[in-house]
Design a protein around this ligand. Structure first.
Ligand code: NOJ
Length: 508
């Protein structure tokens, strides 16, 4: 199936491309850049939320699940985008946000109006408090408590911002509502769904306190509940009800699941579960050969990269250049990610080597995490700065300011530069499409010095990376396919360099 080895490019629409000059990217901007995405070699794009929203959490506070935010375009623009993307052989995935909506959603407004004890309230998680205290001790992921009190004294649960009330998945209206949302977008031709917060939709009905020291990503009264695995087969059946032949082919859904270890992930990999679950292991390890290898092996032992695609960045984490400690490391990470078996998700701007912007003025910050922690946690704005397309960046207006000097990272500046990130990514994706050894399949580690990673993909493809301080000897090879930096040509790999090789006969 196409999704088993697809390269999926994550588009954060407000920060991708702005065609109407209001400083906010729009759907027509994505349409305009389809040739760029096709030239890069993306098989599919995942659009983070573009729905009507008060934008308290970058659109993950949805007030209408079946519309387009007028600042980003119209449904007609969306349909045109899906159709034009298909013309480039690019599939479109949309983001489904089933854990919570926006306080502006009509059903939450109806719940507020209907008052305690009503059916309307029961679609959300309203409870009486304990005196002046909330019903339990659950924290919000964004800081502070997970409960907010309304005028009549009841409290509602929000695992994220207070503007994002959690749905009650035990009320029959909620699964029925979301089944319709899934069909709404699948009927419009989308190839798949990214499922936000897929691990936390069901809560323990007793809402017990969170025991002290519960691991953040481990099972808890609101994480990884067994009821999820009764729901997801029904979503899989919805996906399977769409034709598997032709374009876009078999539909997929990929769950955003943060987990603490293999036992927690396993139930999500049931044959009738969501087709895919993100593999966030490479986001959580230090830039160190042993740790990377363990993270890779851990995933492969469980799932393989087809069901658990590789990720080195997204709109929620520090950009790879900054997290891995520099451009050299990020270039190596790119070749590593794209050489691993299975599917890979790229986040816009990784192909440009954009660094995290760490010095945004407080007044410019938008992430609720920053505000809810009173600035203690800087938040995720630094990885969401609008992309620089032209060498005269920074552009204004821009909903988050581009730093001075960003023109150097622009698509225009990097195109045609043999040493640029963009040239490296373009070459890697082109080779990935051409080489039968890449994509889905297996991996075999080859002996290599500490501080290095060397593996073979059958037949005849070798990945090698030197994370250490001294040159290492490469295995016998017949040709260099791609490298992150210059090679001396004496069979060694310099420090800070990664390479794709056509393997010698002993490696086949
Ligand atoms: C995960 C999304 O990726 C993130 O951006 C968002 O803030 C939370 N879920 C809540 O929807």
């Amino acid at each position: 199936m196409w999704w088993e080895d697809a390269v999926v490019y994550e588009v954060y629409p407000r920060s991708f491309a702005d065609t109407d000059g209001d400083g906010i990217g729009d759907l027509n901007g994505i349409r305009a850049k389809l040739p760029y995405l096709a030239g890069l070699g993306a098989d599919a794009i995942w659009l983070t939320p573009f729905y009507p929203s008060p934008l308290a959490d970058g659109g993950y506070d949805v007030s209408d699940y079946c519309g387009v935010d007028p600042r980003l375009g119209t449904l007609a623009d969306f349909d045109a985008l899906v159709q034009e993307a298909a013309g480039h052989g690019i599939r479109v995935l949309v983001d489904i946000v089933p854990n919570h909506c926006s306080i502006e959603h009509p059903l939450f407004q109806a719940a507020l109006a209907a008052g305690p004890g009503s059916q309307e309230r029961d679609r959300f998680i309203f409870r009486d408090g304990d005196g002046d205290l909330p019903p339990n001790n659950w924290p919000s992921v964004f800081g502070g408590r997970a409960w907010t009190q309304v005028g009549d004294g009841q409290w509602y649960l929000h695992l994220f911002d207070s503007s994002q009330p959690d749905w009650n998945w035990r009320h029959p209206d909620v699964p029925a509502f979301f089944a319709d949302v899934l069909r709404f977008w699948l009927d419009r031709g989308v190839a798949g769904l990214r499922v936000d917060v897929a691990n936390a939709m069901f809560k323990d009905p007793e809402l017990p306190d969170l025991p002290p020291d519960t691991p953040q990503y481990g099972p808890s009264p609101f994480n990884h509940r067994a009821e999820l695995h009764e729901l997801f087969p029904s979503w899989r059946a919805i996906l399977a009800s769409y034709p598997a032949d032709g374009f876009p082919g078999p539909r997929t859904a990929i769950g955003e699941v943060w987990y603490d270890g293999p036992q927690t992930l396993l139930p999500y990999l049931a044959p009738d579960g969501l087709p895919q679950v993100f593999n966030f292991q490479l986001l959580q390890v230090p830039w160190q050969a042993r740790a990377l290898r363990d993270a890779i092996d851990g995933t492969l032992a469980l799932a393989g990269g087809s069901r658990a695609p590789w990720v080195i960045g997204n709109h929620d984490v520090v950009r790879p250049v900054t997290r891995f400690g520099g451009a050299e490391a990020a270039r190596t990470a790119a070749l590593l990610q794209l050489a691993l078996p299975g599917s890979a998700y790229l986040y816009q701007g990784e192909e440009l080597g954009l660094p995290e912007v760490t010095d945004l003025p407080d007044g410019a910050r938008q992430d609720p995490t920053f505000h809810r922690t009173h600035g203690a946690v800087p938040g995720r704005d630094g990885c969401r700065i609008p992309l620089p397309w032209s060498a005269d960046a920074p552009i204004t207006p821009s909903w988050l300011p581009q730093p001075a000097g960003w023109g150097q990272y622009s698509v225009a500046a990097q195109s045609g530069d043999p040493g640029s990130f963009l040239t490296l990514y373009r070459a890697a994706l082109r080779l990935r499409g051409e080489l039968p050894a890449l994509g889905a399949g297996t991996l075999r580690w080859l002996d290599s010095p500490a501080d290095s990673l060397i593996f073979a993909r059958e037949p005849g493809f070798v990945f090698a990376a030197n994370l250490g301080q001294a040159p290492i000897l490469l295995p016998a090879y017949t040709g260099v396919l791609l490298s992150t930096g210059p090679l001396p040509g004496d069979g060694t790999l310099p420090p800070g360099t990664a390479v794709w090789l056509a393997g010698g006969p002993d490696l086949l």
